[in-house]
Design a protein around this ligand. Structure first.
Ligand code: PMP
Length: 381
């Protein structure tokens, strides 16, 4: 009887150990309270059944759009704020200022968390930012400093404006607040939070199934760096594929070792970027976070705006998913990869944000696509 009791105790302890191990990643994001920040991460995963059926692979999307601030950037914003607190650059509940230059989801995530944790979010916002994002930032009470649209001749322009603003607040002796520049492109906390949370969540949610490929785009590079490093450490056979929009130089960098997507515009010496409707991913410079990803990326797949627009509509009418532009790009690349790998593979991608943030630009076009659009037509474009 004693032996049975000892064996039962050993089994119970090992189960408890496994339980703690499986959920370890959650404590990274939610140790201190049950406020809005406790809802970040542990997002669900869904199968994209239409794409699975047509390609013969199983294609899964991690729904980062279900974070409370509406995107994966909640994880990064919280990690950046915690790192700044740890370094003494920000003090919670003292109305200190977190400053970022962004037209994307990061501003919204910082504004949400600033409210919850007692900071002010100061966003240097390019003045061509889509009106729905501006409205959300206003509603959240962020301080908005309009700056010129991001230009390819000065791609660091709104980042520089934010860095300068944080320095000016700190230098002002009449202003007792501290200011910290979030610096999402260069901040090491960005890819690390995906390594500590998003990657392990995906592995756990795939429940022991082999992950043949992970496909996603790169804005700062934080998601692809952190998730890829984690997944490759678990299984070095997992193929990592960068999904890259037209106009971005990252695909060429990966496939040919050189970024040459800048073209001279006729008659002027200014360099113009091939434009894209897609917001949040694609870049023509190398960032610290993307550099962390580069060693893990096996190939890049180029996706045109037409393909992304058609895919967004395809997913909505076939699966009921109303997703943003970067999620659509990821799905085009995932479908292309599925045909390349052949049936029977598991492919994981990311649905970064919802279509609701893109109604005035990307979805204005996508809404015009006929409901009957077919996958083979999309991949031909
Ligand atoms: N999708 C959207 C809508 C985004 O805003 C971003 C971040 N700019 C990404 C994808 C890419 O994420 P990351 O910065 O981690 O590369």
């Amino acid at each position: 009887r004693a032996a049975v009791a000892v064996a039962a105790a050993a089994i119970a302890i090992s189960k408890l150990y496994q339980l703690v191990k499986d959920h370890q990643h959650l404590t990274v994001l939610r140790p201190r309270s049950r406020g809005v920040e406790s809802l970040i991460g542990n997002t669900p995963m869904v199968e994209i059944k239409s794409l699975s059926k047509l390609t013969g692979c199983k294609i899964w999307a991690k729904l980062e759009l279900m974070n409370p601030g509406g995107s994966a950037k909640d994880r990064v914003a919280l990690a950046i704020l915690r790192a700044a607190e740890g370094a003494g650059a920000l003090r919670p509940r003292c109305n200190d200022v977190v400053v970022e230059g962004t037209s994307g989801s990061t501003g919204i995530s910082l504004a949400v968390l600033a409210n919850a944790l007692g900071y002010t979010a100061h966003i240097c916002l390019p003045n061509d930012t889509s009106p729905e994002k501006l409205q959300v930032l206003k509603a959240l009470g962020a301080t908005i400093e309009p700056v010129n649209p991001a230009l390819i001749v000065d791609p660091n322009q709104y980042t520089n404006a934010a860095r300068a603003r944080a320095a000016a607040i700190n230098a002002d002796e009449t202003d007792r607040r501290r200011a910290a520049f979030a610096d999402q492109f260069e901040n090491d906390a960005n890819w690390r939070i995906h390594y500590r949370t998003t990657g392990p969540e995906i592995a756990r949610q795939m429940d022991g199934c082999k992950i043949d490929a992970f496909v996603t785009g790169s804005g700062t590079g934080g998601t692809i760096a952190g998730v890829s490093k984690y997944l490759k450490e678990q299984d070095h056979h997992t193929r990592v594929v960068l999904a890259d929009p037209q106009g971005s130089g990252l695909a060429n960098r990966i496939n040919f070792g050189v970024m040459y997507d800048l073209v001279e515009k006729e008659g002027t010496r200014r360099r113009h970027q091939v434009d894209t409707l897609v917001e949040g991913i694609g870049l023509n410079r190398l960032t610290h976070n993307f550099k962390q990803a580069e060693p893990y990326i096996d190939e890049a797949i180029r996706v045109s705006d037409t393909q992304a627009i058609q895919m967004a509509k395809f997913l909505t009418v076939n699966d009921g998913f109303f997703w943003g532009a970067s999620a659509a790009i990821n799905c085009v690349a995932a479908a292309k990869l599925a045909y390349k790998l052949g049936p029977g593979h598991n492919i994981v991608t990311i649905a970064c944000d919802s279509g609701e943030r893109h109604t005035s630009k990307f979805w204005k076009e996508a809404a015009q696509v006929p409901n009957t659009v077919r996958l083979d037509e999309i991949l031909e474009n």
